[in-house]
Design a protein around this ligand. Structure first.
Ligand code: ADP
Length: 910
């Protein structure tokens, strides 16, 4: 009998063919128990007896029942006789709480019975394994079936149920399935179940970290925990530091899921079954999840397509019909009943202007596989003003019979319309920039340099250059050599300070230089790094040249002013100097810098100042210039005369702001004039000598007669007091008269006062006559004086006016006397009268000497013009007189009257 047959016999509960000899006790591999009739154990033999728990009370017979596990009691009810002929499966108490599973039968043995038993523990184990495996398989099948068929919405619930089933079947307190998270980066508890009294090890969605990756993932792993020591300390944490069991699930890409069982230990024998179970759970779960994700994506895509007005289209390789996504079909052709369209009908949906192009590009896609990308308008009569634009793109996929043409259409009306508006605005802006007199430019920042990127179109008309010509090197070349440093500094400053304003010369294509005003700003990115410079070139050539010219002419004028022999200054209306040139400074014996702040008034007498201020006050924008001779009293210096010309500068309101003055020292001229006047005066005196002699002679004669008469009386002895005193009185009168003449002569002969004084011109007439009248009368000239009858004041020098009148009367006398030689019966006279109006007084001196030859009238005021014989006339009288009258602001004029010459001295009233 082979061991295999024996095994089957045992399995089937067949008694062995050859009964064991009752008399001898062979070394039996099983268990042989002798019992008495009551079923009490008499003796135990066989190898298995050592595995039984021994009963120490050996004196008493122990019933077989005491050796057996509780559930075996049912098998041996009653007495052994009842058990005969039956297969008996008995489980004995083994060591350490284990059980010894046996199968045997009873056979009579003497008065008692012999129980022959074989160990069937391994058989049972096998069966149990088979059972377990079957349960595994059944459960696996159920699980994957449930997962496969459930709806996606119920999927989480079904996963829960499945975990629950696993927990129940295998008595696992905590069970969970962990999957890779969405980003495939770490493990995450997808779903978990725990028995109601089990501790909470995991939560749904909990991240487990990378500890799981340290496991191979090819076989289940047990986590054992002995006295705080563990092989996988990090994993142990996940399992609450208790026992754990992890089952991997691998797919094509590696480990895709872990089944986690907490507080659980599976037998190694079932490793494969657990793998299978994990696979049954994870594989369909993952697939369903993928399906779910796919579905979500489809939903999203559909929503997106709906929102964007986009959708796919597909054209089979050789087909004529085009398939459209439902949303797209809704947009394009809502009335069409189907999403399939004939190609020709599809093309008809587009605007005729775009149709041809689209058809041609589709052809290229079909035949050459050239990717299609174009924008087209829909052909809608109602949308003429606001066209609907679509972007159509397509490509060929696959080869041979699998070749398909697919693409999408996207509604880009918004973008397109905006683009068109932007393009229009851009064009307008371009136009504006191009027509601006400025060049707008952009320079890109490249490693510390700025390189031309853009120039507005105005570059061409201004410099004759194009953007293409503007390389960094050529730009430097066009710069004026003198301005290159300026340009480099401009770039440095721009990079340093972010903005710059500079001016330099750039050559145009024809070789002419343009002054460009450059204003640039640096644009930076979010990090503050320079990106580009935007700037403006303004052609300021004309302005710059004009400014240059102004500067040059200013310089010329400055030199002119400085080098001029004339004294030039500027002063404020209060007579404070603001500027004076070197000649003025030299004159005043100071430095030009000391001139400002000096005041002109300091050098003027009160009178002069008053008239100066009055004169300046009369300046107006219409009559801005005034000239006068002013006299100055410079401290410690001789009296000076300046011919002074003022020009007023006015503000926009016509108020005087400043006066620019040019002066010339006239002192020398003045002095010689004075000397001339003086000599002329002396000459006059000389000429008057005869008259004067007569003037003095007259009283002398009177006195001589009176003295002679008195003497005659005295000698005749008839002297009466009255007579004497009358004669002496006459003499006294004559002495006084002579003294007056001499006095006046002395006064007249003196030099004139320096400053003009107001006086009554009648004074001068009186003085003249006091000197001349007697003399004239002596010569037989009748002096006819018409008394003025008014008093007025003129300004000047009374002696000089007297000199003028003397000249006129002496000239008249000479003319009369020479006339009388020709015409002895002439009764010569000189008439003097005066008149005045609001502004002037006029003194007329007229004679009956026959007048002046009209041809000479114009020349008589010239110096040294005389018709008198040499030694008699000087020719100075009238010219000096003219100067004197003019100096007093008046005018000396002559005309021929009825009888002779008529001179008129006209003087302004003071
Ligand atoms: P002078 O008397 O020394 O000649 P003036 O300058 O005084 O010099 O006069 C210039 C000339 O004008 C005189 O020579 C004379 O010919 C002419 N003249 C001046 N006064 C008269 C007058 N009253 N009648 C005629 N001729 C005159």
């Amino acid at each position: 009998m082979t061991s295999g047959e024996k095994f089957f016999d045992r399995l089937l509960g067949r008694p062995p063919e050859v009964p064991i000899q009752t008399t001898q006790v062979p070394a039996y591999a099983g268990l042989q128990i002798d019992l008495d009739a009551l079923g009490r154990v008499l003796h135990i033999h066989g190898a298995l007896r050592h595995r039984l728990v021994k009963h120490t009370t050996a004196q008493q017979l122990v019933p077989l029942l005491d050796y057996l596990c509780a559930h075996s009691a049912v098998v041996i009810e009653g007495s052994p006789a009842d058990w005969q002929g039956q297969v008996l499966d008995l489980d004995f108490h083994g060591f350490a709480g284990s059980a010894l599973h046996t199968r045997g039968w009873l056979q009579p043995q003497g008065d008692g019975w012999r129980l022959l038993l074989l160990d069937i523990g391994d058989l049972l184990a096998h069966r149990q394994q088979a059972d377990t495996r079957e349960r595994h398989q059944l459960l696996s099948a159920q699980i994957s079936e449930r997962l496969r068929v459930c709806s996606l919405t119920r999927l989480p619930e079904v996963v829960q149920d499945n975990l629950h089933s696993i927990a129940q079947h295998f008595q696992v307190p905590c069970v969970a399935i962990a999957l890779l998270d969405e980003q495939d980066q770490g493990w995450q508890v997808h779903s978990q179940y725990r028995a109601f009294d089990a501790p909470l090890l995991w939560r749904d969605g909990q991240l487990l970290g990378g500890a799981l990756d340290s496991l191979g993932g090819t076989a289940p792993v047990h986590l054992t925990h002995n006295h705080g020591h563990s092989e996988h300390p990090r994993l142990q944490g996940i399992f609450g530091n208790a026992e754990g069991f992890l089952v991997p699930y691998r797919d094509d890409h590696g480990v895709a899921a872990w089944l986690l069982c907490g507080f659980f230990h599976a037998e190694d024998a079932f490793a494969r079954d657990w793998l299978q179970l994990a696979a049954a759970l994870a594989a369909p779960l993952l697939s369903r999840l993928r399906e779910q994700r796919h579905q979500q994506q489809l939903d999203r895509l559909e929503a997106l397509q709906g929102l964007l007005g986009t959708g796919w289209w597909e054209l089979p390789n050789h087909g004529e019909d085009i398939q459209l996504a439902p949303q797209l079909q809704q947009h394009l052709n809502p009335d069409a009943p189907t999403t399939r369209l004939a190609m020709a009908d599809w093309l008809l949906l587009f605007h005729p202007a775009d149709r041809q192009e689209l058809a041609s590009r589709l052809q290229d896609l079909q035949t050459l596989s050239k990717p299609l990308s174009t924008s087209v308008r829909l052909h809608r009569l109602d949308a003429a003003h606001n066209p609907v634009w679509y972007r159509v793109q397509g490509q060929a996929l696959g080869v041979g019979n699998n070749r398909r043409l697919i693409g999408f259409m996207l509604d880009i009306s918004d973008i397109k319309n905006q683009q068109q508006q932007a393009a229009a605005a851009h064009a307008r802006l371009d136009n504006l920039i191009a027509s601006a007199p400025a060049i707008i430019y952009v320079q890109r920042y490249v490693e510390g340099t700025l390189q031309p990127l853009f120039f507005s179109d105005s570059l061409l008309p201004l410099l004759g250059r194009t953007l293409a010509e503007c390389t960094p090197a050529s730009l430097i070349e066009w710069l004026h050599p003198d301005d290159r440093d300026l340009y480099f500094e401009r770039t440095r400053q721009l990079l340093r300070e972010g903005s710059v304003r500079s001016r330099y010369r750039v050559q145009d294509k024809l070789g002419n230089y343009h002054w460009l005003l450059d204003e640039a700003k640096l644009l930076r990115d979010d990090l503050g790094l320079p990106v580009e410079a935007v700037g403006l070139w303004l052609d300021v050539t004309e302005a710059t040249l004009a400014a240059e010219q102004v500067k040059q002419s200013e310089e010329r004028y400055r030199i002119l002013v400085e080098d001029s022999p004339a004294m030039i200054c500027r002063y404020r209306p209060d007579l404070t100097l603001t500027f004076g040139n070197t000649p003025l400074a030299n004159y005043l014996e100071c430095q030009p810098e000391q001139l400002p702040r000096l005041n002109l008034a300091d050098w003027l007498s009160d009178e002069q100042r008053a008239s100066f201020v009055q004169r300046i006050g009369q300046l107006s924008p219409e009559f801005p210039v005034s000239t006068a001779e002013i006299s100055l009293q410079l401290p410690g210096r001789a009296h000076a005369w300046w011919v002074w010309s003022d020009r007023g500068v006015f503000d926009e309101n016509g108020a005087l702001v400043e006066v620019q003055a040019v002066g010339r020292d006239n002192t020398e001229v003045r002095r010689s004039q004075q000397q001339l006047t003086q000599s002329a005066k002396m000459a006059t005196l000389g000429e008057m000598a005869t008259g004067l002699a007569h003037e003095i002679n007259q009283p002398l004669n009177v006195m001589r007669m009176a003295i002679a008469n008195v003497l005659k009386r005295l000698s005749s002895g008839e002297v009466q007091i009255d007579y004497l005193s009358e004669k002496l009185q006459r003499i006294d009168t004559q002495v006084q008269r002579a003294a007056r003449v001499v006095d006046h002569m002395r006064v007249f002969g003196r030099r004139s006062e320096i400053e003009q004084q107001p006086f009554d011109p009648a004074q001068a007439v009186e003085g003249t006559l006091s000197l001349l009248s007697e003399g004239l009368r002596g010569k037989g000239v009748d002096v006819r004086l018409t008394p003025a009858g008014f008093t007025v004041q003129v300004k000047g020098y009374v002696d000089q006016l007297e000199q003028v009148l003397i000249n006129l009367m002496v000239n008249a006398r000479d003319a009369l006397l020479s006339q009388r030689e020709k015409q002895p019966d002439l009764r010569p006279w000189i008439a003097v009268h005066s008149e005045h109006d609001a502004s002037h007084v006029r003194i007329w001196v007229e004679d009956n000497g026959g007048g002046i030859d009209p041809r000479l009238l114009e020349r008589i005021f010239e110096p040294f013009f005389t018709t008198k014989p040499i030694g008699v006339g000087t020719g100075l009288g009238l010219s000096v007189s003219y100067g004197i009258v003019e100096n007093m602001g008046g005018r000396l004029s002559v005309s021929n009257g009825e009888h002779g010459a008529q001179f008129c001295v006209e003087l302004p009233l003071a």
